[in-house]
Design a protein around this ligand. Structure first.
Ligand code: AP5
Ligand code: MG
Length: 218
């Protein structure tokens, strides 16, 4: 199963990608997580990416395309993958098409998560993330068992630097200008499924598995 999860910041791409990865045994490839790891490790790539990310702007295409190309070459992707937050521009989507074609494979489905702006802002401002294992929580909608502590690895939770109001506004604007055009890009290829991402995590996942089951049998 080879999937792309598309949608504005905070729609729940990462949350649902974790669940799909666990259920179907496919690898979650999140460019945001890979970039945050590079920032944490202070690699050359991380140093380059940090200021773009903190401001809520996109990291240059060449950087993320290189990251994803390396990851898709990994044997752990053989069973399939879910791309969370990539592609995010038309040139990234075109490059992904070329990488997959060179391996004689294609995407099964692109899921476009749809959530109101009001809900997205609530989700982002209340999100708390684990800097170590990247697990995600929400102060109201998905609180950790012990306040401020990651359920999965026990580290202290933090607020992502780009989850401040100003960076959120920039991210939403960048999404509208640079990423939303991918909806018609993939619609024209007949690969797009729209999904209502506005319900609870479990309700969204139930609908998602129905869409995925339908595309498996199609
Ligand atoms: P990235 O990490 O991809 O951030 P994003 O796209 O802005 O998306 P988010 O991770 O904020 O949201 P999400 O949809 O994953 O929602 P989540 O599941 O966490 O990218 C960060 C930065 O890296 C970019 O700004 C850019 O600089 C750079 N970057 C990354 N990829 C790039 C690329 N391809 N090209 C260039 N630059 C790139 O959920 C959000 C919150 O809501 C959580 O608290 C969660 O618990 C809660 N929640 C989830 N689902 C529900 C639900 N159904 N009901 C209630 N609460 C929910
Ligand atoms: Mg995410």
């Amino acid at each position: 199963m080879r999937l792309v999860f598309l949608g504005a910041p905070g729609v729940g791409k990462g949350t649902q990608a974790d669940k799909v990865s666990a259920l179907y045994g496919v690898l979650k490839v999140s460019t945001g997580d890979l970039l945050r790891e590079a920032v944490r490790n202070k690699t050359a790539l991380g140093v380059e990416a940090k200021s773009f990310m903190d401001q809520g702007k996109l990291v240059p295409d060449s950087v993320v395309i290189g990251l994803v190309r390396d990851k898709l070459g990994d044997p752990s992707c053989e069973k399939g993958f879910v791309l969370d937050g990539f592609p995010r521009t038309v040139p990234q989507a075109e490059e992904l098409g070329k990488v997959l074609a060179s391996r004689h494979i294609g995407l099964d489905r692109v899921i476009n998560f749809q959530v109101s702006r009001e809900d997205v802002v609530k989700r982002l401002t209340g999100r708390r993330s684990c800097p170590k294992c990247q697990a995600t929580f929400h102060l109201d909608f998905a609180p950790p068992k012990a306040e401020g502590i990651c359920d999965r690895c026990g580290s202290g939770l933090v607020q992502r630097s780009d989850d401040q109001r100003e960076a959120i506004e920039t991210r939403l604007k960048v999404y509208d200008e640079q990423t939303a055009p991918l909806i018609s890009f993939y619609e024209q290829q007949g690969r797009l499924s729209n999904l209502d991402g506005g319900g609870s995590v479990d309700a969204v996942f139930q609908n998602l598995t129905k869409v995925l089951a339908a595309c498996k049998t199609a």
